[in-house]
Each structure stands twice: as structure tokens, then as C-alpha cells.
Design a binder for this molecule. Structure first.
Ligand SMILES: O=P(O)(O)O[C@H]1O[C@H](CO)[C@@H](O)[C@H]1O
Ligand SMILES: O=c1cc[nH]c(=O)[nH]1
Length: 250
């Protein structure tokens, strides 16, 4: 077998396999649903939590790579994708709403993250903020305006954390007074790895729950609302990447 130094250990992709513009959902099944929105696509690889598709949408080459749950596997995906040519990343995620005015099934463009995870802090000291790239956030907001036809789109900070089933009541209450809109497990890593490696990053999430709502829904009700939001997040992320690709990288 010929040795290919560009073959990446975890995502099992090599130079040429992925586009410069990549969507990075956590869930491998969502990666497939994203690729299905392209005009054409092929599965490039599948290994562990990583499944990679590359295709074309409106003449623009796009890829999608699932990252699994949490910072460690997400950082690996971004590092390896960047080594084979990707430079602009949009996380297309799910998240829990963290404000009473954010119903389940909402769309939220995340512009920064609280570094409550381990991975972002392993990359850069805690005092360095996790912030999305301005151009990517702008493109997401413009795409949301164009795609949602007047339906609401929230913007705010994500509380990124590692322990899904641990709630820190005190922090939750403190963050209620801030711009923290959602909680999830990858944005801080995405933004921090991007900052350190010279990559452009952004995020759009659909909410699948909200611990602050007085009336809690059943899992089935939440799933149904999330599915609708997910379709919107996918449309927004694709439209944003098309805008960014057409504008070129400055
Ligand atoms: O739906 P994804 O993108 O995986 O995102 C959220 O869902 C997972 C937890 O259920 C975590 O990865 C969290 O960040
Ligand atoms: O981390 C997450 C992801 C989705 N929904 C949540 O409530 N938390």
C-alpha cells in the first residue's frame, strides 16, 4: 500500500476529500440529513463518531463531518479537517434553551461561548474568550433573515459544558442575567480551536429543551419541535456557507 501522509488518523480522509467550507454537527445522522440537502454528494469516510460527506450545492463544494459529543472529539475533527484544506466551519447543533423567552424548537445563532468545558481550556488559557468569527456570524444572521421569512432567530452566547447530566444551579441562575441563550457541549471548543489555528468558525443550533420553562414537554413533543428547528438550522448553515464561499476568504 502507498503511504499517504495526508491521510488523517481519525476522520480517515486525505487531501482532496473535503471542501474548504465544512458543516460540523455532533450527530452522524444529522450529518447525513445535511448532505441530503446538497445537489449531489458522496460519503467519503466513516470511522468512530466521524462520518464525512462531500458534495456540491448551487455550484459550491461543501463538506459535512460529524464530531460526536463533546470537545475532545470535536477538536480532533477540526484539526484533521484543517490539515487537509478546510478553513471555514459552521457547527450545526442541538442545544438546551437557557432563557425563559426561548421556546423549544427555536433557532439560535451562537456568537460566543462560556468555556465551561475542558478542551477549549486545554487549547488556550481560561482568560481567553471563545468567540465565533465575525464574518461567519454575520453570514449566519443574513442567511437566517433570508431563510426564515420573518420567523424569529435568537442570537447569543452558549454555555458549553462537559457533563450533560450535571446542572450547576448557581451558574445557571447567574447566566440568566447575561446573554447566555443556550447550553451545549461543543461551541467553546469550535471557536477556540478556530482562533488558535487561524480558521473561521460559527454556529447555529436548534433548541431541543429548556430547563427554565414552567411547562415541561414530553420527549416526543420536544423531538417534534426540534426536528422542525433542525431543518431551519441546516438551511441557514448551507446558505451562510454559500455566501462565504462566494465572497471568498479575506
Ligand atoms: O446535537 P449535537 O450537535 O450533538 O449537540 C448537542 O447534543 C449532544 C448532547 O445531547 C451534545 O453533543 C450537545 O452539544
Ligand atoms: O448539551 C445539550 C444539548 C442539547 N440539549 C441540552 O439541553 N443540552
Amino acid at each position: 500500500m502507498t503511504y499517504d501522509p495526508t491521510l488523517q488518523k481519525h476522520i480517515r480522509c486525505r487531501q482532496g476529500d473535503v471542501a474548504e467550507y465544512v458543516m460540523i454537527p455532533g450527530d452522524p445522522a444529522r450529518a447525513r440529513r445535511i448532505a441530503e440537502q446538497f445537489d449531489s454528494f458522496e460519503k467519503v469516510s466513516e470511522n468512530r463518531e466521524y462520518v464525512v460527506y462531500t458534495g456540491v450545492k448551487d455550484g459550491v463544494r461543501l463538506s459535512v463531518c460529524s464530531t460526536g459529543i463533546g470537545g475532545p472529539s470535536t477538536a480532533i475533527a477540526i484539526e484533521e479537517l484543517a490539515r487537509i484544506g478546510a478553513h471555514t466551519f459552521i457547527r450545526v447543533g442541538s442545544a438546551g434553551g437557557r432563557k425563559e423567552n426561548i421556546p423549544v424548537g427555536s433557532v439560535v445563532v451562537v456568537n460566543a461561548a462560556i468555556k465551561g468545558d475542558g478542551t477549549s481550556n486545554a487549547y488556550l488559557p481560561g482568560i481567553y474568550p471563545a468567540v465565533a468569527t465575525v464574518q461567519v456570524t454575520q453570514a449566519l444572521l443574513e442567511a437566517a433573515r433570508e431563510t426564515l421569512n420573518g420567523e424569529p432567530c435568537f442570537t447569543g452566547v452558549s454555555f458549553t459544558r462537559d457533563a450533560y447530566y450535571v446542572q450547576n444551579r448557581e451558574l445557571n441562575e447567574t447566566f440568566k442575567e447575561t446573554e447566555a441563550a443556550v447550553s451545549e457541549m461543543e461551541c467553546a471548543t469550535v471557536f477556540t480551536v478556530g482562533a488558535l489555528r487561524g480558521l473561521r468558525t460559527g454556529a447555529v443550533v436548534g433548541t431541543d429543551s429548556n430547563i427554565f420553562l414552567a411547562k415541561q414537554l414530553t420527549l416526543e413533543e420536544k423531538d417534534a419541535l426540534y426536528q422542525k428547528a433542525e431543518r431551519k438550522t441546516i438551511a441557514i448553515a448551507i446558505a451562510a456557507l454559500l455566501r462565504l464561499a462566494r465572497a471568498g476568504r479575506d
